[in-house]
Design a binder for this molecule. Structure first.
Ligand code: TYM
Length: 334
């Protein structure tokens, strides 16, 4: 049985990048009989950058609402918010003591997010990948469906799991595997095809949010950066054309086609037709999700109740695992 674990930060709007790179995959996995799924709104991770403090409760509820609206079934899967299950933090301390400083210093995301000013970034931001390993290992997660940007963190989680098993001469933690959807591995900004589409980008025009209405989506796609050439018919023609690559990737992911097939449709055309079709498709996919988010957000008690039940189930799974770690380490339990 695969044990799937994945998480999302409640740092603002859930984007089309989150949906195509991760959430769509979570929904598919939860419907596979051989998978046992745990999905977490990682609110503790969200405070590694100060700007999220203040709006956190509402963002946590809205992120949970987006997941449910996109198809996560909180009965079939476990859906909860990280801060309510103390096992994550308890395990993170132990794992942090097995993690080398050099490993954390190599994390690309820390370098990106610290924005060249590492000394002023929070220690939490630097230590974040240890917590992420604890999130997964507290449940002995075996498979981690994520976007391509998280690959290095999952590799680190494997190193940490290996390090624990080796230190104590046990085969306790499985080595978790990243599960990355090849079709939509990385959705890029609409303003700069070399930058990831991100909830935290200062420009709202750079992303499509799951809560955007039809006019906003159409406007953002119309204004998306392009180049002045027509679209190629083969993938080789996308090299060095980040924006063309991105728009066709989004189109392909939304229409469940390969980029190759999408290019057969649009090769030789200008961006106008692709943008028109893409806007129509994005609106069609996002509309029902957005409407459901609105409905759920007017019933906050329901969301809170889902997260409460999810936290209780997550605690029940992780408690015995973390207890065994504490016993193995030799922490005296009085
Ligand atoms: P976060 O909140 O940045 O993103 C949530 C998920 O969405 C994927 N994603 C993307 N995929 C494709 N294109 C994009 N532009 C894009 N933007 C985001 C991410 O890869 C991710 O899968 N560190 C994680 C949260 C986390 C976690 C975990 C994940 C905490 N603990 C344990 C897995 C397991 C993060 O910041 O995701």
């Amino acid at each position: 049985m695969k044990r799937i674990f994945s998480g999302i930060q409640p740092t603002g709007n859930v984007t089309l990048g989150n949906y195509l790179g991760a959430i769509k995959n979570w929904v598919a996995l939860q419907n596979e009989a051989s998978c046992d799924c745990i999905f977490c709104v990682v609110d503790q991770h969200a405070i590694t950058v100060q700007k999220n403090i203040g709006a956190l409760k509402r963002s946590t509820q809205e992120t949970a609402a987006c997941l449910i609206s996109a198809g996560i079934d909180p009965v079939n899967s476990i859906l909860f918010n990280q801060s309510q299950v103390e096992e994550h933090m308890k395990l993170a301390w132990v794992l942090g003591c097995l993690t080398r400083v050099g490993w954390l210093n190599r994390m690309i995301q820390f370098k990106d997010k610290a924005n060249q000013d590492k000394d002023n970034a929070s220690a939490g931001l630097w230590w974040y990948p240890v917590m992420m390993a604890a999130d997964i290992l507290a449940y002995k997660g075996t498979h981690v469906p994520v976007g391509d940007d998280q690959k290095q963190h999952i590799e680190l989680a494997r190193d940490i799991a290996r390090s624990y098993n080796f230190a104590f001469g046990v085969e306790f933690f499985p080595l978790p595997q990243a599960q990355i959807l090849s079709k939509s591995f990385r959705i890029m900004s609409l303003c700069d095809g070399k930058k990831k589409m991100s909830k935290s980008d200062s420009s709202d025009m750079s992303r499509i949010n799951i809560t955007d209405n039809a006019d906003t989506i159409a406007h953002k796609i119309k204004k998306a950066k392009t180049d002045s050439y027509s679209l190629p018919s083969e993938t080789g023609g996308l090299v060095g054309r980040a924006e063309a690559q991105n728009l066709i990737t989004i189109y392909a992911a939304l229409s469940n086609k390969s980029v190759e097939v999408a290019l057969l449709e649009y090769g030789g055309c200008g961006f106008g037709r692709l943008k028109r079709d893409l806007a129509e498709l994005a609106i069609e996919v996002i509309r029902p999700i957005r409407m459901e988010v609105h409905r759920l957000m007017s019933d906050i008690k329901y969301i809170d109740n889902v997260l409460k039940k999810g936290s209780a189930r997550a605690s029940a799974l992780s408690k015995p695992i973390v207890k065994e770690v504490y016993d193995t380490i030799g922490f005296l339990s009085t």
